[in-house]
Design a protein around this ligand. Structure first.
Ligand SMILES: [Zn+2]
Length: 299
């Protein structure tokens, strides 16, 4: 009698552990900390180039990187838009093990979109908060930096925060992907990374990442590497082995520069380019799922 009762208790404890804490123990990435980094960015307001919120957020990212990475490089540049405005932009690069030749590049954009084009007309001219579209990618990279600070990677890792991704008009290819284009123009083609991953819109509570079209066509082995890692971690429910649409994102300038780059993006997001892209739409759990994959790829 006593024996069987303790088995029942043991099974109950196991069930509770698997129900609530299943994700907490799967990898090194701290999802709650990453959600805190989303919150910290939203406190600066929209991160639209040439605004105070943008400048302060950039300074904050720089400070976070200096506290974690081995070396930090700032790329400062200007971009004149089709309207004739001069944008003052910055890319940030935090490097781990800068002495190593074999390197992996992770990318996220830190600016946010100045207009909510997917909102009804009365709100369309407002900037988006960018909790998922902007802040989630930055939070992911900072969470990766935390993990690499605790346990340095065996390969070199560069975390690139690009500016001016979401500024202009994608349909006309005007004033978009500005920071990644600048980075690509400066890259040393003799020393390219082994591969690169752009992490964009990775915080959606309802996470389902399909394989992005350009990535599958132009760097299929990197897609395979990332999706295999997700499967190994038991995350195949969230990293679906299905090819989705082709998306214009920061991986394209990198691919054009000869880098084996892919885009990990959950574009199926109701609040995309709206003023409703707020923190309640993202979750620590989703950030952890993607973050665990991102860190495991570096181990
Ligand atoms: Zn966007």
């Amino acid at each position: 009698m006593k024996g069987s009762r303790s088995i029942v208790v043991a099974v109950l404890v196991w069930a509770v552990a698997c129900g609530s804490g299943a994700f907490a123990s799967r990898g090194e990435f701290d999802g709650e900390a990453a959600l805190g980094y989303v919150e910290a960015q939203l406190r600066f307001g929209p991160r639209v180039p040439n605004t105070e919120g943008h400048r302060r957020t950039g300074d904050w990212i720089l400070e976070q990187l200096r506290a974690r990475a081995d070396t930090v490089v700032v790329q400062e540049f200007q971009h004149v838009t089709v309207e004739g405005d001069t944008l003052r932009l910055r890319n940030f690069i935090g490097s781990f093990r800068p002495e190593l030749k074999d390197r992996i590049l992770y990318v996220a954009h830190w600016d946010t979109r100045p207009i909510a084009d997917n909102d009804p007309p009365n709100r369309r001219n407002q900037p988006i908060p960018g909790a998922n579209d902007g802040a989630s990618g930055v939070a992911l990279l900072l969470g990766v930096a935390d993990a690499l600070r605790r346990t340095p990677p065996a390969v070199g890792v560069d975390l690139l925060f690009v500016d001016g991704e979401d500024y202009g008009d994608f349909s006309l290819d005007r004033d978009v992907l500005i920071g990644s284009r600048y980075y690509a123009s400066q890259v040393n083609r003799e020393h390219l990374p082994l591969f690169a991953v752009v992490w964009d819109m990775v915080g959606d509570r309802d996470l389902a990442i399909l394989q992005e079209g350009h990535s599958v066509r132009r760097a299929p082995e990197v897609v395979e590497r990332v999706w295999n890692k997700a499967r190994e971690l038991g995350y195949e429910r969230f990293f679906r082995p299905t090819v989705g649409g082709a998306i214009t994102d920061d991986h394209l300038p990198l691919l054009d520069a000869g880098i084996r780059a892919i885009d990990v993006i959950d574009i199926d997001y109701e609040y995309w380019h709206t003023t409703e892209d707020t923190i309640d739409k993202v979750s620590a759990r989703s950030l952890k799922i993607v973050g665990d994959v991102a860190v495991a790829l570096l181990r």
